[in-house]
Design a protein around this ligand. Structure first.
Ligand SMILES: Cc1cc2nc3c(=O)[nH]c(=O)nc-3n(C[C@H](O)[C@H](O)[C@H](O)COP(=O)(O)O)c2cc1C
Ligand code: SF4
Ligand code: SF4
Length: 386
């Protein structure tokens, strides 16, 4: 593995910034070993939970909901997957076996209710050999998120409960079910979190309209998909300047470009789960090759050179140029597919002889038709660049 992909994560040396996130895909030593063999740089074990109701899975527990606008497909991946199926002592055994078998960092993942249990669980996984521990009061199935509890005070108490009790790095996996994730992350840093993971999945609900009934055991359950990445990227990019600790990004990664986007937004590394469920562990290898080729193309020495690089380019509302004027123009690449018919909110597109024609006097320059069309409409600037 090329040294230029190396990433530092709260004192852990990673060969590259793509980790296998906590999920059923990392539930035991065998699956973690497969993740290592496929090329992941670290594994975060499936979370162990104190809450008994969360330890056992109902079946079946996955649903892929086709959620795209027709012609613009997307999916939501819903899962009613609960925690590690066992108690903390069973879990400690999995930590031990996994640590023994793997050469990459092994990060435990714990989720408790009582403050004393957070400390106790953290100590047990540390003694079992975990290299770090991710603390997950943010589980979509867990009591705090189910009941809409205020997250920041809970996560603060978790950090206080484990403070001074373990000598491995510990970080909080945050929820996005928050009014202001930036303020939360800043508080968690001040309370000693060695990193923040942004974000666990939120609970979502899908209803089967024929049965007039919610799917997935008639409950809300964890949901995510490629669409989730944009909101997460937004919070990471805006939080990055306020934090000294690393941000671990997770949510909606389906391609290598998503990994790069998270790094450019300020993440130090990226965790992946759903894609492994759908395409297997091997997805990581292809991504690494593409990321290295991207570094070559952009003439960037190392992963560090990407982290937060897009953040200084963010603009406040007042700085956005609102003087530019544009016109949509149909080029000879038009294949008369008709996709741009009926979509112009300014009545600028007409269809004489089944061919689109854009009236420059009516065109607002909004750019929607150019986005709907696959390359035949271009936006021409009609005022000079300022
Ligand atoms: C089936 C499933 C089970 C998961 N279980 C856990 C878990 O036990 N602990 C945890 O912290 N996150 C869990 N997650 C969340 C993932 O670790 C990850 O943060 C999230 O799914 C977003 O990444 P993705 O879009 O790549 O899946 C789970 C996700 C899925 C899909
Ligand atoms: S969407 Fe594009 S290709 Fe299709 S008719 Fe309109 S201009 Fe032509
Ligand atoms: S740019 Fe907007 S206003 Fe102009 S033709 Fe296209 S959709 Fe209509």
């Amino acid at each position: 593995m090329s040294q230029r992909l190396q990433a530092d994560f709260a004192g852990l040396k990673l060969e590259h910034p793509i980790l296998a996130a906590s999920a059923g895909t990392t539930r035991d030593a065998e699956r973690c070993f497969r993740a290592e063999e496929a090329g992941f740089s670290a594994v975060i074990l499936k979370s162990v939970q104190e809450e008994l109701v969360n330890r056992y899975n109902p079946l079946p527990r996955f649903s892929i909901v086709d959620s795209g606008i027709p012609g613009f497909n997307s999916v939501s991946f819903l899962s009613y997957e609960q925690a590690f199926e066992g108690d903390i002592h069973d879990y400690a055994e999995v930590v031990r076996q996994t640590r023994k078998r793997l050469s990459i960092p092994v990060i435990a993942s714990i989720n408790c209710i009582e403050n004393e249990s957070w400390a106790n669980y953290a100590q047990i996984v540390a003694q079992a050999g975990a290299d770090a521990v991710e603390m997950v009061p943010s589980c979509p199935a867990g009591a705090f998120i189910r009941e809409g509890a205020e997250f920041t005070p809970i996560a603060t108490n978790v950090l206080r409960a484990v403070r001074g009790k373990i000598d491995i790095p510990a970080g909080i996996k945050m929820t996005q079910q928050l009014a202001n994730p930036i303020a939360c992350a800043v508080t968690l840093e001040a309370e000693g979190s060695r990193w923040v993971t942004m974000f666990n999945r939120n609970p979502g609900l899908h209803i089967d309209i024929e049965r007039m009934c919610p799917i997935m055991h008639r409950s809300a359950c964890g949901h995510g998909g490629p669409w989730a990445a944009l909101a997460i990227t937004r919070w990471i990019a805006y939080a990055f300047p306020h934090l000294k600790i690393p941000i671990s990004a997770t949510g909606g990664v389906t391609r290598w470009e998503d990994v790069v986007r998270y790094l450019l937004a300020g993440a130090a590394n990226v965790q992946i789960a759903s894609l492994i469920y759908m395409r297997g562990y091997e997805v990581v290898r292809e991504m690494l090759g593409s990321i290295e080729a991207y570094l070559d193309r952009m003439e960037i020495e190392s992963i560090d050179g990407l982290i937060g690089k897009a953040v200084s380019k963010l603009q406040p509302l007042e700085a956005v140029d609102k003087t530019g004027r544009y016109l949509a123009v149909v080029t000879d690449r038009c294949v008369k597919c008709g996709k741009c018919k009926n979509i112009c909110l300014y009545d600028a597109i007409s269809y004489p002889d089944d061919t689109p024609s854009i009236d420059p006097n009516l065109c607002d320059g909004c750019g929607l038709c150019a986005q709907i069309c696959s390359g035949a409409i271009v936006m021409k600037r009609t005022t000079s660049q300022n």
